[in-house]
Ligand binder design. Structure first.
Ligand code: HAM
Length: 409
Protein backbone atom coordinates (compact mmCIF):
# COMPACT_ATOMS: atom_id res chain seq x y z
CA UNK A 1 0.00 0.00 0.00
CA UNK A 2 1.25 3.48 -0.83
CA UNK A 3 3.06 5.16 2.04
CA UNK A 4 3.82 1.92 3.86
CA UNK A 5 6.85 0.79 1.93
CA UNK A 6 10.12 1.93 3.49
CA UNK A 7 12.52 3.80 1.23
CA UNK A 8 15.41 2.18 3.11
CA UNK A 9 17.14 -0.94 1.74
CA UNK A 10 16.55 -3.98 3.98
CA UNK A 11 18.76 -3.93 7.06
CA UNK A 12 22.36 -4.77 6.24
CA UNK A 13 21.85 -4.50 2.47
CA UNK A 14 23.24 -1.60 0.48
CA UNK A 15 22.13 0.66 -2.33
CA UNK A 16 24.86 2.18 -4.45
CA UNK A 17 24.06 5.73 -5.52
CA UNK A 18 26.40 7.24 -8.15
CA UNK A 19 28.51 8.83 -5.39
CA UNK A 20 28.91 5.34 -3.83
CA UNK A 21 29.70 3.77 -7.21
CA UNK A 22 32.70 6.08 -7.58
CA UNK A 23 34.21 4.37 -4.53
CA UNK A 24 33.10 0.91 -5.49
CA UNK A 25 34.66 1.32 -8.94
CA UNK A 26 37.90 2.62 -7.46
CA UNK A 27 38.14 -0.46 -5.24
CA UNK A 28 37.09 -2.93 -7.95
CA UNK A 29 39.50 -1.33 -10.47
CA UNK A 30 42.37 -1.97 -8.04
CA UNK A 31 41.18 -5.57 -7.48
CA UNK A 32 41.03 -6.23 -11.21
CA UNK A 33 44.31 -4.48 -12.05
CA UNK A 34 46.23 -6.35 -9.33
CA UNK A 35 44.73 -9.72 -10.37
CA UNK A 36 45.60 -8.99 -13.99
CA UNK A 37 49.15 -7.96 -13.14
CA UNK A 38 49.66 -11.38 -11.52
CA UNK A 39 47.78 -13.19 -14.32
CA UNK A 40 44.86 -14.61 -12.32
CA UNK A 41 42.05 -15.76 -14.65
CA UNK A 42 38.62 -14.27 -13.96
CA UNK A 43 35.66 -16.63 -13.39
CA UNK A 44 32.11 -16.24 -12.09
CA UNK A 45 29.32 -18.44 -10.78
CA UNK A 46 25.69 -18.45 -9.70
CA UNK A 47 24.76 -16.58 -6.50
CA UNK A 48 22.22 -19.26 -5.55
CA UNK A 49 23.69 -22.59 -4.48
CA UNK A 50 22.30 -25.80 -3.04
CA UNK A 51 22.06 -25.46 0.72
CA UNK A 52 23.82 -28.77 1.12
CA UNK A 53 27.03 -27.42 -0.43
CA UNK A 54 27.11 -24.45 1.93
CA UNK A 55 25.86 -26.11 5.16
CA UNK A 56 28.48 -26.56 7.86
CA UNK A 57 28.94 -29.51 10.10
CA UNK A 58 31.82 -28.13 12.15
CA UNK A 59 29.66 -25.51 13.92
CA UNK A 60 31.25 -22.51 12.18
CA UNK A 61 29.59 -19.14 12.60
CA UNK A 62 29.04 -18.75 8.85
CA UNK A 63 26.83 -21.87 8.87
CA UNK A 64 24.28 -20.07 11.05
CA UNK A 65 24.36 -16.96 8.87
CA UNK A 66 23.23 -18.54 5.61
CA UNK A 67 20.18 -17.09 3.87
CA UNK A 68 18.30 -20.18 2.68
CA UNK A 69 14.92 -21.04 1.24
CA UNK A 70 12.96 -23.67 -0.68
CA UNK A 71 12.04 -23.10 -4.31
CA UNK A 72 8.70 -24.16 -5.80
CA UNK A 73 10.03 -27.65 -6.41
CA UNK A 74 11.13 -27.95 -2.75
CA UNK A 75 14.81 -27.65 -3.60
CA UNK A 76 16.69 -26.39 -0.56
CA UNK A 77 18.70 -23.44 -1.89
CA UNK A 78 20.87 -20.72 -0.39
CA UNK A 79 22.55 -17.44 -1.26
CA UNK A 80 26.29 -17.92 -1.16
CA UNK A 81 27.96 -16.65 2.01
CA UNK A 82 31.42 -17.01 0.45
CA UNK A 83 32.78 -18.18 -2.88
CA UNK A 84 35.09 -20.99 -1.77
CA UNK A 85 32.57 -23.91 -1.70
CA UNK A 86 31.32 -22.85 -5.15
CA UNK A 87 34.89 -22.68 -6.45
CA UNK A 88 35.55 -26.16 -5.05
CA UNK A 89 32.37 -27.45 -6.74
CA UNK A 90 33.35 -25.89 -10.10
CA UNK A 91 36.87 -27.31 -9.93
CA UNK A 92 35.63 -30.76 -8.85
CA UNK A 93 33.20 -30.78 -11.78
CA UNK A 94 36.06 -30.41 -14.30
CA UNK A 95 38.94 -31.80 -12.29
CA UNK A 96 40.00 -34.17 -15.10
CA UNK A 97 40.06 -31.45 -17.79
CA UNK A 98 41.55 -28.44 -16.01
CA UNK A 99 45.29 -27.72 -16.21
CA UNK A 100 46.69 -27.25 -12.71
CA UNK A 101 47.80 -25.14 -10.97
CA UNK A 102 44.85 -22.85 -11.52
CA UNK A 103 45.05 -19.18 -10.61
CA UNK A 104 41.50 -17.88 -10.50
CA UNK A 105 39.90 -14.63 -9.41
CA UNK A 106 36.42 -13.21 -9.03
CA UNK A 107 34.48 -10.42 -7.35
CA UNK A 108 31.48 -12.17 -5.79
CA UNK A 109 28.53 -10.69 -3.96
CA UNK A 110 28.07 -12.69 -0.75
CA UNK A 111 25.27 -12.75 1.82
CA UNK A 112 25.54 -13.45 5.53
CA UNK A 113 22.98 -12.81 8.21
CA UNK A 114 25.58 -11.10 10.42
CA UNK A 115 25.26 -9.21 13.64
CA UNK A 116 25.87 -5.75 12.25
CA UNK A 117 29.10 -4.14 13.41
CA UNK A 118 31.50 -1.61 11.90
CA UNK A 119 32.63 -2.96 8.54
CA UNK A 120 30.23 -5.92 8.56
CA UNK A 121 27.05 -5.93 6.49
CA UNK A 122 24.61 -8.64 5.49
CA UNK A 123 25.76 -8.35 1.89
CA UNK A 124 29.22 -7.55 0.63
CA UNK A 125 31.36 -7.93 -2.44
CA UNK A 126 34.31 -10.19 -1.92
CA UNK A 127 37.34 -10.29 -4.18
CA UNK A 128 38.71 -13.81 -4.25
CA UNK A 129 42.13 -15.01 -5.33
CA UNK A 130 42.76 -18.75 -5.31
CA UNK A 131 45.58 -20.98 -6.51
CA UNK A 132 44.57 -24.61 -6.80
CA UNK A 133 46.91 -27.52 -7.30
CA UNK A 134 50.13 -26.04 -5.93
CA UNK A 135 51.89 -27.09 -2.72
CA UNK A 136 54.75 -24.57 -2.83
CA UNK A 137 54.65 -21.64 -0.40
CA UNK A 138 55.11 -19.47 -3.46
CA UNK A 139 51.32 -19.85 -3.87
CA UNK A 140 50.75 -18.09 -0.51
CA UNK A 141 53.29 -15.44 -1.53
CA UNK A 142 51.41 -14.82 -4.78
CA UNK A 143 47.94 -14.43 -3.23
CA UNK A 144 49.15 -12.24 -0.34
CA UNK A 145 51.45 -10.23 -2.63
CA UNK A 146 48.62 -9.60 -5.08
CA UNK A 147 46.27 -8.42 -2.31
CA UNK A 148 48.98 -6.05 -1.04
CA UNK A 149 49.44 -4.78 -4.59
CA UNK A 150 45.71 -3.95 -4.67
CA UNK A 151 45.94 -2.05 -1.36
CA UNK A 152 48.85 -0.03 -2.71
CA UNK A 153 47.02 0.69 -5.98
CA UNK A 154 44.09 2.04 -3.96
CA UNK A 155 46.45 4.60 -2.43
CA UNK A 156 47.17 3.02 0.96
CA UNK A 157 50.70 3.04 2.36
CA UNK A 158 52.47 -0.02 3.79
CA UNK A 159 52.22 1.53 7.26
CA UNK A 160 48.40 1.64 6.99
CA UNK A 161 47.96 -2.14 7.19
CA UNK A 162 49.57 -5.36 8.43
CA UNK A 163 49.03 -8.93 7.33
CA UNK A 164 49.01 -11.17 10.42
CA UNK A 165 50.22 -14.64 9.54
CA UNK A 166 50.21 -18.00 11.28
CA UNK A 167 49.86 -21.67 10.41
CA UNK A 168 47.21 -24.12 11.53
CA UNK A 169 49.64 -26.95 10.84
CA UNK A 170 52.16 -25.31 13.18
CA UNK A 171 49.54 -24.65 15.86
CA UNK A 172 48.32 -28.23 15.42
CA UNK A 173 51.84 -29.50 15.97
CA UNK A 174 52.16 -27.45 19.18
CA UNK A 175 48.77 -28.75 20.37
CA UNK A 176 49.73 -32.35 19.60
CA UNK A 177 52.98 -31.90 21.53
CA UNK A 178 50.81 -30.89 24.52
CA UNK A 179 48.88 -34.13 24.19
CA UNK A 180 45.76 -32.75 22.48
CA UNK A 181 44.64 -35.32 19.92
CA UNK A 182 44.41 -34.14 16.27
CA UNK A 183 40.70 -35.02 16.02
CA UNK A 184 40.01 -32.31 18.61
CA UNK A 185 42.00 -29.63 16.78
CA UNK A 186 39.14 -28.33 14.61
CA UNK A 187 37.04 -27.58 17.69
CA UNK A 188 40.06 -26.01 19.41
CA UNK A 189 40.72 -23.81 16.35
CA UNK A 190 37.13 -22.61 16.18
CA UNK A 191 37.11 -21.82 19.92
CA UNK A 192 40.46 -20.01 19.78
CA UNK A 193 39.30 -17.99 16.77
CA UNK A 194 36.79 -16.33 19.13
CA UNK A 195 39.61 -15.06 21.35
CA UNK A 196 39.51 -11.29 21.73
CA UNK A 197 35.81 -11.33 20.75
CA UNK A 198 34.73 -13.00 24.03
CA UNK A 199 36.33 -13.44 27.49
CA UNK A 200 38.89 -16.23 27.95
CA UNK A 201 36.58 -17.84 30.54
CA UNK A 202 34.02 -18.48 27.77
CA UNK A 203 36.72 -19.81 25.45
CA UNK A 204 37.83 -22.15 28.27
CA UNK A 205 34.22 -23.33 28.62
CA UNK A 206 34.06 -24.01 24.87
CA UNK A 207 37.31 -25.97 25.05
CA UNK A 208 35.94 -27.87 28.03
CA UNK A 209 32.80 -28.73 26.03
CA UNK A 210 35.15 -29.96 23.29
CA UNK A 211 36.52 -32.50 25.76
CA UNK A 212 39.75 -30.79 26.87
CA UNK A 213 40.92 -31.27 30.47
CA UNK A 214 41.81 -28.33 32.74
CA UNK A 215 45.47 -29.00 32.12
CA UNK A 216 45.04 -29.18 28.36
CA UNK A 217 43.13 -25.88 28.41
CA UNK A 218 45.96 -24.30 30.37
CA UNK A 219 48.55 -25.61 27.86
CA UNK A 220 46.39 -24.34 24.99
CA UNK A 221 46.40 -20.80 26.39
CA UNK A 222 50.16 -21.04 26.97
CA UNK A 223 50.67 -22.05 23.32
CA UNK A 224 48.80 -18.89 22.34
CA UNK A 225 51.70 -16.85 23.82
CA UNK A 226 54.14 -18.36 21.26
CA UNK A 227 56.17 -15.57 19.65
CA UNK A 228 58.57 -17.49 17.38
CA UNK A 229 58.00 -19.49 14.23
CA UNK A 230 61.56 -20.53 13.27
CA UNK A 231 60.73 -24.22 13.81
CA UNK A 232 57.94 -23.91 11.23
CA UNK A 233 59.46 -24.41 7.78
CA UNK A 234 56.53 -23.08 5.75
CA UNK A 235 56.31 -19.83 7.75
CA UNK A 236 60.09 -19.30 7.56
CA UNK A 237 59.85 -19.87 3.82
CA UNK A 238 56.94 -17.42 3.47
CA UNK A 239 58.76 -14.61 5.32
CA UNK A 240 61.94 -15.26 3.31
CA UNK A 241 60.12 -15.18 -0.04
CA UNK A 242 58.12 -12.09 0.97
CA UNK A 243 61.43 -10.34 1.68
CA UNK A 244 62.56 -11.02 -1.89
CA UNK A 245 59.18 -9.96 -3.30
CA UNK A 246 59.39 -6.69 -1.34
CA UNK A 247 56.53 -6.95 1.13
CA UNK A 248 57.99 -8.69 4.22
CA UNK A 249 57.55 -5.35 6.06
CA UNK A 250 53.77 -5.81 5.64
CA UNK A 251 53.78 -9.22 7.38
CA UNK A 252 53.84 -10.15 11.06
CA UNK A 253 53.76 -13.55 12.76
CA UNK A 254 50.70 -13.76 15.01
CA UNK A 255 49.73 -17.12 16.50
CA UNK A 256 46.27 -15.77 17.37
CA UNK A 257 45.27 -15.76 13.68
CA UNK A 258 43.28 -18.94 13.26
CA UNK A 259 40.33 -18.11 10.96
CA UNK A 260 36.73 -19.02 11.63
CA UNK A 261 36.36 -21.47 8.74
CA UNK A 262 37.22 -25.09 9.41
CA UNK A 263 38.64 -25.97 5.99
CA UNK A 264 42.04 -24.31 6.47
CA UNK A 265 44.93 -26.71 6.94
CA UNK A 266 48.18 -24.73 6.69
CA UNK A 267 49.26 -21.10 6.60
CA UNK A 268 46.44 -18.72 7.57
CA UNK A 269 46.46 -14.94 7.45
CA UNK A 270 44.34 -11.86 8.08
CA UNK A 271 45.05 -8.27 7.15
CA UNK A 272 44.16 -5.45 9.59
CA UNK A 273 44.47 -1.68 9.53
CA UNK A 274 47.35 -0.71 11.81
CA UNK A 275 45.24 1.67 13.91
CA UNK A 276 42.98 -1.27 14.79
CA UNK A 277 39.80 0.62 13.88
CA UNK A 278 38.22 -2.08 11.73
CA UNK A 279 37.68 -5.79 11.44
CA UNK A 280 39.76 -7.75 8.91
CA UNK A 281 40.42 -6.21 5.48
CA UNK A 282 41.10 -9.62 3.95
CA UNK A 283 41.68 -13.15 5.12
CA UNK A 284 42.61 -16.52 3.73
CA UNK A 285 44.93 -19.47 3.88
CA UNK A 286 45.74 -22.92 2.63
CA UNK A 287 42.92 -25.43 2.42
CA UNK A 288 44.14 -28.79 1.20
CA UNK A 289 41.07 -30.93 1.87
CA UNK A 290 38.05 -28.93 0.72
CA UNK A 291 37.73 -30.72 -2.61
CA UNK A 292 37.73 -34.14 -0.95
CA UNK A 293 35.04 -33.09 1.53
CA UNK A 294 32.69 -32.37 -1.38
CA UNK A 295 33.62 -35.56 -3.25
CA UNK A 296 36.44 -34.35 -5.52
CA UNK A 297 40.03 -35.57 -5.63
CA UNK A 298 42.53 -34.32 -3.07
CA UNK A 299 44.10 -31.07 -4.28
CA UNK A 300 46.23 -28.53 -2.55
CA UNK A 301 44.73 -25.02 -2.54
CA UNK A 302 45.38 -21.56 -1.16
CA UNK A 303 43.31 -18.42 -1.42
CA UNK A 304 41.86 -15.33 0.13
CA UNK A 305 38.71 -13.24 0.33
CA UNK A 306 38.96 -9.44 0.41
CA UNK A 307 35.71 -7.56 1.11
CA UNK A 308 34.77 -4.14 -0.23
CA UNK A 309 33.23 -2.77 2.99
CA UNK A 310 36.17 -2.34 5.36
CA UNK A 311 38.64 -1.19 2.73
CA UNK A 312 36.23 1.47 1.43
CA UNK A 313 35.71 2.87 4.94
CA UNK A 314 39.45 2.77 5.53
CA UNK A 315 40.16 4.57 2.24
CA UNK A 316 37.59 7.29 2.95
CA UNK A 317 39.22 7.86 6.34
CA UNK A 318 42.80 7.93 5.03
CA UNK A 319 42.32 9.69 1.67
CA UNK A 320 39.22 11.82 2.28
CA UNK A 321 35.57 11.39 1.22
CA UNK A 322 36.13 13.03 -2.18
CA UNK A 323 39.36 11.29 -3.09
CA UNK A 324 37.75 8.77 -5.44
CA UNK A 325 36.36 11.29 -7.93
CA UNK A 326 39.04 12.42 -10.33
CA UNK A 327 37.59 15.07 -12.66
CA UNK A 328 37.81 14.09 -16.29
CA UNK A 329 35.69 14.69 -19.33
CA UNK A 330 34.12 17.70 -20.95
CA UNK A 331 30.76 19.32 -20.20
CA UNK A 332 28.99 20.96 -23.14
CA UNK A 333 26.15 23.44 -22.69
CA UNK A 334 24.22 25.86 -24.95
CA UNK A 335 22.37 29.12 -24.45
CA UNK A 336 19.27 28.75 -26.67
CA UNK A 337 17.70 26.07 -28.81
CA UNK A 338 19.38 27.58 -31.89
CA UNK A 339 22.77 26.25 -30.58
CA UNK A 340 21.43 22.82 -29.74
CA UNK A 341 22.50 21.10 -32.95
CA UNK A 342 26.01 22.61 -32.87
CA UNK A 343 26.38 21.34 -29.30
CA UNK A 344 25.14 17.88 -30.27
CA UNK A 345 27.47 17.71 -33.30
CA UNK A 346 30.47 18.78 -31.21
CA UNK A 347 29.64 16.29 -28.44
CA UNK A 348 29.57 13.35 -30.83
CA UNK A 349 32.73 14.50 -32.62
CA UNK A 350 34.62 14.72 -29.33
CA UNK A 351 33.28 11.34 -28.18
CA UNK A 352 34.48 9.77 -31.44
CA UNK A 353 37.88 11.28 -30.65
CA UNK A 354 37.83 9.42 -27.32
CA UNK A 355 36.69 12.17 -24.93
CA UNK A 356 34.08 11.64 -22.20
CA UNK A 357 31.41 14.24 -22.86
CA UNK A 358 28.45 15.28 -20.75
CA UNK A 359 26.06 17.06 -23.10
CA UNK A 360 23.46 19.35 -21.51
CA UNK A 361 19.95 18.19 -22.39
CA UNK A 362 18.40 21.65 -22.55
CA UNK A 363 19.34 25.32 -23.06
CA UNK A 364 20.42 27.16 -19.92
CA UNK A 365 22.07 30.32 -18.62
CA UNK A 366 25.91 30.23 -18.59
CA UNK A 367 26.09 30.84 -14.83
CA UNK A 368 24.00 27.80 -14.05
CA UNK A 369 25.88 25.67 -16.59
CA UNK A 370 29.32 26.53 -15.18
CA UNK A 371 28.16 26.09 -11.58
CA UNK A 372 26.85 22.57 -12.34
CA UNK A 373 29.92 21.68 -14.43
CA UNK A 374 32.26 22.60 -11.57
CA UNK A 375 30.34 20.28 -9.23
CA UNK A 376 30.28 17.46 -11.77
CA UNK A 377 33.01 15.15 -12.95
CA UNK A 378 34.05 17.53 -15.76
CA UNK A 379 37.59 18.87 -16.03
CA UNK A 380 36.71 21.16 -18.96
CA UNK A 381 33.58 22.93 -20.17
CA UNK A 382 32.34 24.42 -23.44
CA UNK A 383 29.38 26.79 -23.46
CA UNK A 384 27.97 27.60 -26.90
CA UNK A 385 26.14 30.88 -27.50
CA UNK A 386 24.69 32.46 -30.72
CA UNK A 387 27.94 34.36 -31.47
CA UNK A 388 29.98 31.16 -31.30
CA UNK A 389 27.76 29.48 -33.86
CA UNK A 390 28.02 32.51 -36.14
CA UNK A 391 31.85 32.42 -35.94
CA UNK A 392 32.09 28.60 -36.02
CA UNK A 393 34.36 28.71 -32.97
CA UNK A 394 33.64 28.28 -29.24
CA UNK A 395 35.94 28.26 -26.20
CA UNK A 396 36.94 25.28 -24.09
CA UNK A 397 37.62 26.22 -20.49
CA UNK A 398 39.82 24.33 -18.03
CA UNK A 399 37.70 24.42 -14.88
CA UNK A 400 40.69 24.19 -12.54
CA UNK A 401 42.98 26.83 -14.12
CA UNK A 402 40.15 28.87 -15.75
CA UNK A 403 42.27 29.07 -18.93
CA UNK A 404 40.42 29.05 -22.25
CA UNK A 405 41.32 27.84 -25.72
CA UNK A 406 39.39 28.08 -28.99
CA UNK A 407 37.66 25.01 -30.36
CA UNK A 408 36.07 24.67 -33.85
CA UNK A 409 32.39 23.80 -33.99
P1 HAM B 1 36.20 -14.66 5.43
O1 HAM B 1 37.28 -14.29 6.40
O2 HAM B 1 34.94 -15.19 5.99
O3 HAM B 1 36.84 -15.68 4.40
O4 HAM B 1 35.86 -13.39 4.55
C1 HAM B 1 36.89 -12.76 3.80
C2 HAM B 1 36.72 -11.24 3.83
O5 HAM B 1 35.42 -10.91 3.35
C3 HAM B 1 36.79 -10.61 5.20
O6 HAM B 1 38.13 -10.37 5.58
C4 HAM B 1 36.04 -9.31 4.93
O7 HAM B 1 36.86 -8.41 4.21
C5 HAM B 1 34.95 -9.76 4.00
N1 HAM B 1 33.69 -10.05 4.73
C6 HAM B 1 33.29 -11.24 5.24
N2 HAM B 1 32.08 -11.12 5.80
C7 HAM B 1 31.69 -9.84 5.64
C8 HAM B 1 30.52 -9.09 5.99
N3 HAM B 1 29.50 -9.63 6.60
N4 HAM B 1 30.47 -7.77 5.66
C9 HAM B 1 31.50 -7.20 5.01
N5 HAM B 1 32.61 -7.85 4.64
C10 HAM B 1 32.72 -9.16 4.95
C11 HAM B 1 36.15 -16.27 3.38
O8 HAM B 1 35.03 -15.99 3.06
C12 HAM B 1 36.98 -17.29 2.62
N6 HAM B 1 36.07 -17.99 1.70
C13 HAM B 1 38.12 -16.62 1.89
C14 HAM B 1 38.93 -17.58 1.08
C15 HAM B 1 39.00 -17.64 -0.27
N7 HAM B 1 39.70 -18.53 1.57
C16 HAM B 1 40.25 -19.19 0.58
N8 HAM B 1 39.82 -18.68 -0.56
Amino acid sequence: MAGEISFEAPRGMRDFYPSDMIWRNKVFDAFRAAAKAADFSPYDACVVESYELLARKAGEEVGEQIYHFYDKSERHLALRAEMTPTLARMVAQRQKELAFPLKWTTIAQCFRYERMTKGRKREHYQWNLDIIGEESTLAEVEVIGTAIDALRRMGLKDEDFKVHVSSRAYLGKLLSESGIAPERHTQVFLALDKRGKMPDSEIAAMLNDGGLSEQEIESTFKIMDTKGYSSCEELSDLFHLAEIAGFAQCLEFDISVIRGLSYYTGIVFECFDTKGEFRAIFGGGRYDNLLTTIGGEQTSAVGLGFGDVVVTELLKGRLGENAASVPNGIAIGFMTDSERESALRLAYRLRREGENVNLALRAQKPKKFFARSSESNAAKAIFIGPDDVAKGVARIKDLATRQEEPICL
